[in-house]
Design a binder for this molecule. Structure first.
Ligand code: SF4
Length: 534
């Protein structure tokens, strides 16, 4: 089919964007804060996202607000302010996200200008945290700390953020646009599922970046493809901006569900994409380092204490149960980081946080302080790997509750089948994959099913996902299991894994070694059929 025929009439959001740029809705937000919720034009409400604002379920007057945190890096003063905002305006709630941002809930439109002012007082903003615009630039939580890092990504995260932030040339993209920048190849920034992933690489002794494009999850997941180029460090901003422009000009705008960069990359292929990019750059990029490779499995947040490359200093990564925290805890963490480290805190892609630059002599006191405010500094492997989306509590698209459900599920599994190795359990309230079920060893996707005459919440169980050099998405194995029965299914398969795993085999590769029918039998406690030869 020709490109013209593929392109039908543009969708409603495109019509709205033609009439008003998303960044121009600020004055309307300020006006509505005086006129009240009932005055809000639904088309303007769509554009509120450019300022990090979503109407919260059930659209009866409350908002969710996402705050942009480039690279997840915060000062103690900023974190304290976020805690105060949560307490003053958001019923104390604060959720950490997989893009190193922070979300408030229960905000009213009347309070939004004051919150913007409070954020601005600590040099923070919500601009571009949501909407069809470059989103928060993701970086490694361990940037600048890790002895194995190839290049410190922080200057590049900062520079790319500055080039994209509030940039009116890039405020009307076909859809959201996600960039990650990491200092090495071990996957903390999940380049495989970003629109653009810069991955620290060495070529002929020069530190720069390998480049992936076209990744993303949602209902149709794609692994980003390597462009087979080496991006010299001084070209990172140029490349990031040119790709954003390419997406703006060539991306699909007809169907929202088919507008992400991943579809353009899939249709064009990497050769055409590279050529178009180089034409726009005005120079050719060097070929990738021939020895570039990625570990088979990605690394996940390294929870706990780890020595830094700086002598005498450590970082402590702290697991936050399902990413949910509160204002009091944020203020507590801010104080502890100031007292026992160097006042810096970093949010991670695993919905956790990390305190860097702790003199080793302060570790014990810092851990005790964190325990006092409710963080378990020695959590189970199951807790470390749990991630959830917002779910039915606040999300308008949700079919199932996620946060409380997952916290309880983890507690139950810890009792019944304790594990001695990392395991990612990711839970979504619907198939949209904001909680990234595709990349987890165990991914649960919210839905509904009928039990007798009653409709109840249910989850489809997907198994065997993971990123890294051999990235694979989790396969759906059983569909719509009533939520109350999921735990027993998982206990059965995890017990089977513990009994039958091969030497050094993690749960992902155990799943990949079995057929879907065999995995279904293990989940259900049935006799496991023999594998059928292909
Ligand atoms: Fe909402 Fe679905 Fe995304 Fe969860 S995955 S936050 S339920 S849209």
């Amino acid at each position: 089919m020709s490109d013209e025929k593929k392109r039908g009439p543009v969708n409603h959001v495109e019509e709205i964007k033609k009439r008003k740029d998303g960044l121009d809705v600020l004055n309307d937000i300020l006006r509505y804060s005086k006129e009240g919720f009932d005055a809000i034009d639904p088309d303007d409400a769509d554009l509120f996202k450019w300022y990090g604002l979503y109407q919260q379920r059930p659209k009866d007057g409350y908002f969710m607000m996402r705050v942009r945190v480039p690279g997840g890096i915060l000062t103690s003063k900023q974190l304290r302010k976020l805690g105060e905002i949560a307490n003053t305006y958001g019923r104390g709630l604060a959720d950490l996200t997989t893009r190193q941002t922070l979300q408030f809930h229960w905000l009213t439109i009347e309070n939004v200008p004051a919150i913007f002012d409070e954020l601005a007082s600590v040099d923070m903003s919500t601009v571009g945290a949501c909407g069809d615009i470059p989103r928060n630039v993701v970086g490694c939580g361990t940037a600048g700390l890790d002895k194995d890092e190839i290049i410190d990504p922080r200057p590049y995260i900062k520079a790319v953020n500055e080039a994209l932030f509030n940039n009116r040339e890039l405020s009307n993209l076909p859809r959201k646009f996600k960039i990650s920048i990491s200092g090495c190849n071990r996957g903390l920034t999940q380049p495989e599922i970003n629109c653009v992933g810069f991955v620290g690489a060495l070529k002929d002794g020069e530190a720069g970046f390998d480049l992936r494009v076209g990744g993303g999850l949602s209902t149709q997941p794609y692994i980003a493809q390597r462009l087979e180029v080496f991006v010299p460090a001084d070209k990172v901003v140029d490349v990031a901006v040119r790709i954003a422009e390419l997406f703006r000009d060539c991306g699909y705008r007809e169907r929202r569900s088919h507008a992400r960069l991943k579809y353009l990359v899939a249709d064009w292929g990497v050769e055409k994409f590279r050529k178009e990019l180089e034409d726009r750059l005005g120079y050719a990029l060097p070929d990738a380092a021939p020895d570039f490779s990625e570990p088979r499995d990605m690394r996940i947040d390294q929870i706990g204490v780890h020595p830094q490359k700086q002598e005498g200093l450590s970082y402590l990564a702290v697991s936050v149960v399902v990413g949910r925290t509160n204002g009091g805890q944020l203020i507590g963490v801010a104080e502890l980081a100031k007292k026992y480290a160097d006042s810096e805190i970093r949010l991670t892609t695993g919905q956790n946080f990390l305190i860097p630059n702790i003199p080793n002599g302060n570790l014990e006191a810092l851990q005790a302080g964190l325990e006092e405010i409710g963080f378990n500094t020695n959590p189970s492997e199951l807790q470390k790997g749990a991630v959830t989306c917002t779910g039915i509590q606040f999300c308008n698209l949700a079919i199932a509750e996620t946060k409380d459900y997952t916290a309880q599920l983890i507690r139950d599994l810890e009792q019944e089948v304790p594990l001695d190795e990392p395991l990612r359990i990711h839970v979504n309230g619907c198939p949209n994959s904001c909680g990234q079920h595709h990349i987890a060893e165990i991914g649960l996707v919210g839905g509904q099913t009928k039990v007798g005459n009653e409709r109840v919440e249910a989850f489809s169980i997907c198994l065997g996902g993971g990123l890294g050099g051999e990235a694979t998405f989790a396969d759906p194995v059983l569909r719509r299991i009533p939520s109350g029965e999921v735990k027993d299914h998982l206990v059965r398969i995890l017990k089977a894994y513990k009994e039958q795993r091969q030497d050094g085999e993690n749960f992902r590769w155990f799943c990949k070694r079995h057929t879907r029918e065999q995995l279904a039998a293990m989940l259900q406690g049935d006799e496991v059929p023999a594998a059928v030869e292909a």
